[in-house]
Design a protein around this ligand. Structure first.
Ligand SMILES: Nc1ncnc2c1ncn2[C@@H]1O[C@H](COP(=O)(O)OP(=O)(O)OP(=O)(O)O)[C@@H](O)[C@H]1O
Ligand SMILES: [Mg+2]
Length: 568
């Protein structure tokens, strides 16, 4: 079997690791560093630069550099570099391609298989887009692994004989994840997972920046926020200051000519103490409490029954974090894993289990939880778009559950099953995963025919949904691959195929055919344009599937523009 590496594709930094010769090893980049900044840019000559080189040019030419791309994954937002806008998938692919290249160099073989970690709180769309980025980078993504589960794996490998309840607290650059696991006899079982997709080190930097901007405006009557270069310098200094305050009591921020007022350069000179900084960011740290409460209550394990608290992510280096955890949970965190490497190490361990490098019979079996509720849309007297949950969030997978439903109208002969993932009671506010129709319901008065709907979710990420007419036994089903986009033959309508069912689909058939033809002609030769067109095409198909003709028109125009450029 091929070598499979583990990749922690982070908001701020990216790491890769491999399990070989019986241990985990960090893979070093071309600068011999284990940590690579998650930055992508275009240099003066028009070449792509990634990692430290991109980070270094960020301060000089922020308009040609993208950072924190992970925050945009799963959204329609485009990121502008130079004169063009790129999708988060495309830029993540650039990062992964960079990792793939340095890993191949380091290992002396062509690396083409990987396990990639994502925040536990990532939804299905964010996971699919991470896989898409891997694929575009030439990687076969063997598994998407939750980051805190990965961290626990790296801890578990060293402490296989322990029996304990472990809380993994992961505060990185952009996301906060908390996961509760139970370990016994070499089995690592995830009990519950929660988090905040919009909380991380970046927000701590932002808190410092905001306070600096406010004081500067008070003193000089100028709002630095309107000055892009000043903002980049501020961000750089704010992060430096934050990191320094993890070890020092105070830090002087001195930026000589941050801006000019009436033609005169003006400096910024502020000293921030750790105490003042901690006061500034206390509200952010408080936001970690509610996800902690959620995992404790969802898993039914009290704070008093926690044996270990493991800290992961660069932001846990702030002394305030350990202090806050101890105050909130009555227990001090352990210093048991390397906060920067634990996630990629765990991904490498999962990779080794997949490649057979680690024999699963020797221990380290892992069960995971389902991070979002899964269910179907149904109709009741009050609501035609009600979300009926079949597998609730934080249920240990594999899991299988059945719910019974009744016909809604007289002589109803078919039922439409729409599968969603999310926490909103309104079905369509959640993520739609697929749908199918079960025909052949005997025509009878409303409520007199019943339908059983069964969801089965296995560890490999397959969700099987089956609907059965109870009186006749006739059934229909769908398999949704929650781990990658490959579809079963029986698959009805998942991913980008369901646009064809939309009433507005005819209006866009021509442009879709044109774009698909263009992609086929280009593939392999013009990676960048092909993936830009492909991304836009997928967005268009999604908009059509949602019957959103305004959105679809926008994407159609973008596509026409892109195709036009090509033909020029
Ligand atoms: N000594 C330190 N003190 C405080 N913060 C730090 C320190 N070192 C790193 N950080 C912060 O940690 C963050 C990066 O952490 P990490 O590399 O774990 O995140 P990531 O994996 O890229 O992000 P995520 O997991 O959220 O996607 C940055 O915001 C950085 O400023
Ligand atoms: Mg991380």
């Amino acid at each position: 079997m091929n070598t499979v590496i583990g990749i922690d594709l982070g908001t701020s930094t990216t790491e890769a690791a491999i399990y070989r010769d019986g241990k985990v090893e960090m893979i070093l980049n071309l600068n011999h560093e284990a940590i690579t900044p998650s930055a992508v840019g275009i240099d003066d000559e028009g070449n792509w630069v990634v990692g430290q080189r991109a980070m270094s040019q960020f301060i000089l030419s922020p308009e040609n550099t993208a950072i924190e791309v992970k925050r945009k994954i799963g959204t329609d937002d485009l990121i502008t570099i130079g004169k063009r806008a790129y999708s988060p998938v495309f830029l993540s692919a650039k990062l992964l391609e960079f990792v793939r290249n340095y890993a191949s160099e380091y290992l002396g073989e062509d690396v083409s298989n990987a396990v990639i970690s994502v925040p536990a709180y990532f939804n299905e769309i964010q996971r699919q887009e991470t896989i898409a980025a891997g694929t575009q980078a030439g990687l076969t993504v063997e598994r998407i692994l939750n980051e805190p589960t990965a961290a626990a794996l790296s801890y578990g490998l060293e402490h296989m004989d322990e029996e304990s309840h472990i809380l993994v607290y992961d505060l990185g650059g952009g996301t906060f994840d908390v996961t509760l696991l139970e370990m016994f006899g070499g089995v690592l079982e995830v009990k519950a997972s929660a988090g905040d997709n919009k909380l991380g080190g970046k927000d701590f930097d932002e808190a410092i920046i905001n306070s600096l901007i406010k004081d500067f405006e008070k003193a000089n009557g100028v709002n630095l926020r309107n000055d892009r270069h000043a903002m980049v310098k501020l961000k750089d200094e704010a992060e430096r200051c934050k990191k320094a305050l993890s070890t020092d009591d105070s830090y002087r921020i001195l930026i000589p000519a941050i801006t000019s007022i009436k033609g005169q350069p003006v400096e910024l000179d502020v000293t921030l103490t750790r105490k003042a900084f901690e006061k500034l960011v206390k509200p952010l740290v408080d936001r970690t409490h509610s996800p902690i409460d959620v995992v404790l209550s969802d898993s039914g394990i009290s704070a008093a029954n926690l044996d270990r608290i493991i800290l992961v992510g660069g932001s846990t280096r702030m002394p305030l974090i350990a202090a806050d955890i101890e105050a909130y949970l009555g227990k001090a965190p352990d210093v048991a894993v390397n906060p920067d490497f634990a996630v990629s190490e765990g991904a490498a361990i999962q990779a080794a289990i997949i490649s057979g490098e680690i024999d699963p019979s020797e221990g380290l079996v892992m069960t995971d939880v389902n991070p979002y509720s899964l269910g179907i849309q149904c109709v009741n007297n009050f609501n035609h778009d009600y979300f009926s949950v079949i597998i609730p969030r934080n249920i240990t997978i594999p899991a299988s559950r059945t719910e019974r439903y009744f016909t809604y109208s007289d002589n109803q002969t078919e039922v439409s099953i729409k599968v969603y993932q999310g926490e909103s009671q309104i079905a369509s506010h959640n993520n739609e995963l697929g749908d199918f129709i079960l025909e052949g319901v005997p025509p009878r008065p409303a409520q007199s025919e019943s339908i059983d709907v069964t969801f089965s979710y296995n560890l490999n990420g397959m969700l099987d949904v089956k609907a059965t007419i109870v009186s006749t036994g006739k059934d229909a089903s769908i398999s949704i691959n929650m781990q990658n986009q490959e579809k079963d033959d029986e698959d009805v309508t998942v991913s980008y195929d369901n646009w064809k069912d939309s009433p507005i689909s005819d209006d866009y058939r021509a442009i879709i055919r044109r774009a698909e033809r263009a992609i086929n002609h280009m593939s392999g030769t013009n990676f960048e344009n092909a993936s830009l067109i492909e991304n836009t095409l997928n967005l268009l198909k999604n908009a059509i599937a949602e019957d959103d003709s305004d959105k679809a028109d926008d994407y159609e125009n973008t596509l026409i523009g892109l195709l036009h450029q090509l033909e020029d």
